[in-house]
Design a protein around this ligand. Structure first.
Ligand SMILES: [Zn+2]
Length: 75
């Protein structure tokens, strides 16, 4: 099910990471995913009950992290 956030809300939301970049609904691979994807670092934030969880601890992925996350392969 797609994220149905108010466009105005999306407009004021920003990535909690250092980039503070705008977020976009869904992911490049799955526009219907219940996540918000940062347009800069690529982190994905879950949307729970229609409420975006903009916490770095809850974020998934991202290209600026140095963790051992083996989810997003760049093959
Ligand atoms: Zn970001």
């Amino acid at each position: 099910m797609a994220v149905t956030l108010d466009p105005q809300l999306l407009d004021i939301l920003a990535c909690p990471s250092a980039d503070h970049a705008p977020l976009t609904a869904g992911t490049p691979d799955d526009p219907d995913a219940d996540v918000l994807t940062c347009t800069s670092c690529g982190r994905r934030y879950p949307v729970r009950d229609g409420i975006p969880v903009l916490l770095l601890d809850e974020a998934d992925g991202g290209d600026s992290g140095t963790g051992g996350d083996s989810g997003a392969g760049s093959a």
